[in-house]
Design a protein around this ligand. Sequence first.
Ligand code: UDX
Length: 447
Amino acid sequence: MEKIAEKRRIVLVPFPAQGHITPMMQLGQALSFKGFSITVAQGEYNKVSSSQHFPTFQFVTIPESVPVSQKENLGLVEFLMKLNNNSEARFKDCVAELLLENGNDFACIIYDELMYFSEAAAKEFKIPSVILSTASATNHACGCVLSKLNAEKFLVDIEDPEVQDKVVENLDPLRYKNLPISGMGPLDRFLEICREVFNKRTASAVIINTASCLESSSLSWLKQELNIPVFPLGPLHITASANSSLLEEDRSCIEWLNKQVPRSVIYISLGSIAHMETKEVREMAWGLRNSNQPFLWVIRPGSIAGSESLPEEVSKTVSEKGYIVKWAPQKEVLGHPAVGGFWSHCGWNSTLESIVEGVPMICRPFKGEQKLNAIYVESVWRIGFQLQGEVERARVERAVKRLIVDEEVEGMWERALVLKEKLKASIRSGGSSYKALDELAKYFETE
Ligand code: UDX
């Protein structure tokens, strides 16, 4: 992309988790290609290392508002409440210093929707604020629905079995039972955070890391509902390939992939947060081995509950056909010709990365919006299927064979290829995401 003369400064406030940091940094890079100066404001926890991949960005620290020792014991909702309550004043101080240092030429503060404390500083210093929603548009729409439950138009009890099967108005195929509440802690507390995130905000626009061809009905719904500009400019990882990995990528797996037959390998990764029980890992290992297909498996340090390292039995079981790494260069892996399928937890970034490479998926979502993404993969885009119920070796073996060997997978490859081409077209000149990024840059100039 052509680089143009330096424009105004944009402050980014990412949420400190890999799946959120990645798209925020990619957005920063895309806007820097458009000529904006970028400042990243972040805490100490899960900090993006500044110098290596982002030499032109300015990095500033928001003093830590929740001690790391406390983070471990807090659920997501309690952590978010505490983080947002404690960070408001700290971030205001931070912005005041930035204004002194850089002058007043701030185009905008773009904050992850979970970092809603940012709005107070934006208001105080009269800087426009824009939200980045790092997950799907459908998830964003669900957040709106949840934040308004039992108020105004969404007057329903989502725990009522009769309500659960109903389609959420104008959000077909979404049913109330699909609203992403599972694994998010007690419902009343989760709804409270949804209200905090959605009902009180004063941001002037929303950026979503999606494309019109993936979620047109959810995007139309959001544009009507939110009444502010919505910019679907994804998938950001094609527009900007910024590397913001918090863990070191083990590139030896690419050499291993180079030795495998085309479309034969199943790649397994559960993203940066999901955990598995030791028993499940053992069943998976046996199922994978019995499938007789080669596999590349990412097992993050600490991702097996109650076990510091990989059980010896698992290492032995997988040694013939499998290759295990702690963290892979995922986008490159998915683009490798040897990969024949992706066993995924369906995090939104992983889902987009798989679609961009046209790779069919086995969906094994853990919680929240991953379940929505899995429904889209299976029923809307029809490029994969869900593995539900217990992880048990015979079912794992069957699922792997279904994805790699069965004739049925040909249809999935074809549909995945069509979607891949549509997505790539959307970020090319004249495409919907390309235009949305252009419009966003113009929007900052006029705000
Ligand atoms: C979580 C949610 O699951 C996700 O849906 C939400 O949008 C952000 O927060 P996470 O569980 O980490 O994120 O999943 P995902 O969104 O898929 O992000 C994981 C990222 O880590 C992807 O960009 C993936 O490429 C990267 N990754 C994963 C690697 O680079 N190497 C690996 O070995 C595994």
